[in-house]
Structure formats: C-alpha cells, structure tokens
Design a protein around this ligand. Sequence first.
Ligand code: NAP
Length: 311
Amino acid sequence: MTVNVLFAAQPNRWPQYETPLRIALDDTGLDYDLRTEFAPSEVDYIVYAPNGSVQDFTPYTRLKAVLNLWAGVEDVVGNKTLTVPLTRMVDDQGLTQGMVEWVTGHVMRHHLGMDSHIVNPDRVWNNSAPPLATDRPVTILGFGALGQACARILTTLGFPVTGWSRSGHPLPGITSMSGDNGLTEALTGAQIVVLLLPATPGTANILNAERLALMAPGAFVINPGRGPLIDDAALLAALDSGQIAHATLDVFRTEPLPNDDPYWGHPRVTVTPHIASETRPPSASRVIADNIRRSEAGEPLLHLVDRSAGY
Ligand code: NAP
C-alpha cells in the first residue's frame, strides 16, 4: 500500500526539501506519495515544523508519526491533539555539525580575546597572550546530541569540559554531572558556559542571578539553546557588574528580538539571529526517510520525543 507523506513545514521550505526528500525516500524502496496537500484522513506521516500550517492533528485519523524538522519541540510537545509518536531532528552531518562549528567559533573568540585585536582604534600594543585552552574550564548545560558533540571537539582542542544533564552521560575525558548539586559544581569557577538545554518548565530561567554568581569573575555566556533558559534581568545585571564579561546570544524569549530590547547594542552582548545551526535538507531528509522506513518495518523510531519530559 502506498505510504502518504505530507510535507507540512512552511511553504517556502518545500523547494529546498522536495528533491532531497524524494531521493532519500526512493532509497528506502518504499512505495510512497510525497505532497504538500492530502485529504487529512489519507496521511500516514507528517514531515513537520511547528511554524507550519498543521496545528490540529485531529483530522489525521490514520497518522502513524509526526517527524519534526527541528531539534526543539517546545511548540508542539504539548499539543493535545497529537496522539501518535513525535520525533525530533538529530542529524550529525547537518544540524549537529553546524552547532559544533558555531559553538567552537564563539568559544575561541572569547578564549583568545579576539575582539580587542579586531577592534583597536587606539592602537594599544597589549602583548599579553591568552591562556591555553587547558586553563579555560568550559561548562555545557544540556549534554544531549548537540552538547556532547560540542564537548568532544572542545576537549580535543584542550579545554577541560564539564557537561551537565538530567541523567549524566559519562564520556571519556569529560566530566559529566547531573542534579542540583551537580549544576552548582559544574558552574562554580566555569569561565565559559554554553547553554544547550531544551526549553521546558524544568529549564526556565535556569541561568539565574545565583548561578551566574558561581561562575568565575569575567566569565562568558554563550546561549544557542533557547531564550527562556536565561533570567534576562539577572544576566544584564551580571554584565553591568562585570561578573559576566560578555554574552553571545543566539536565541531569545521573543524572536525576532524587538528593536528596543536592551540586548541590542549592549557593549558586552553579541546578538546573532537564531542562526547557530539550522536543519540541512539533504542530510535531514535521510534522517526523516530512515524513520519512515523503520516505522513501516515495525522497527523503533529514532529520536523519539519523551512527551512527559517535554523534549
Ligand atoms: P537533546 O539531545 O534532547 O539534549 C538535551 C539535553 O538537555 C539532554 O542532555 C538532557 O538531559 C538535558 N536536559 C533536559 N532537561 C533537563 C533538565 N531539566 N535538567 C538537566 N538537564 C536537562 O537536545 P539537542 O539535540 O542536544 O538540542 C538541545 C537544544 O538546542 C534544542 O532543544 C533546541 O532548543 C536547541 N537548538 C538550537 C538551535 C539554534 O540554531 N539556536 C539549533 C538546534 C537546537 P538527558 O541527557 O539526561 O536527557
């Protein structure tokens, strides 16, 4: 029987995804039909993005799974009309690689103090060399697909890396922590903190005034995770006091970041417009097609969202 796959991300994504999805689905050997429109009762799988057209899953009576193109699922995980398995995007060759590059770049910028050499209008000859990576402890909050991949590269560069997660993930050469005490320990003395947690009720405002104060004086915050992870007022106060030397922020409570937001133009803040990493159609299409193949073969789906945990 033909497997009907509805592409329900934003319409401007269809030209980027149609060919890679067809190539990847062809490779599965399945008899499929891929379209942007079907009668809802005929759809088996939805290739999904939370900002697309489908918000009510009730009419999709024969739906087998929803395959999210994004890593973050906070805008769909609580949808009560969704009663079938939901997967999120984990793609080593695309999304993860992009995040590793972005995080490594911003860690290296702050580690090497590049700004003072790139912008030096007074021609100051400050020849003090930065410390080596081995003397720059980095903590990554959120130690899943993205956090672990960043940790591996930063460790290879020599940084002492600590990862913090709910369950703890022992990795060779990396300190792994969990729980409230683990969070305190992971942040104490950290010189660079990278946030790669999902947005859930349990992670809201996790980087608050008390925890910012645990970090080494003059530390750096890098947030490619989600805006609500940070208590914004606390971060602005820590930046003004110098406790935090600089924050590089890719994600915000409101996006696009409103024109009058205090982060814009703050001398100690770098705003990037939610570009840390994006889903890449060729490799992401292979992840999606593989999950459809698995489902049709009765195999477990990869990258299933735990609806009760919220990610
Ligand atoms: P993931 O594999 O699900 O990893 C999430 C990590 O956070 C896991 O280690 C998890 O712990 C931990 N965690 C979740 N809730 C926690 C809590 N309450 N306390 C402690 N740890 C907790 O997700 P991912 O693929 O790495 O992606 C992480 C996030 O990055 C996404 O949710 C998304 O928001 C963001 N993102 C941003 C961009 C961008 O362009 N800015 C792009 C992609 C993703 P366990 O390991 O114990 O489960």
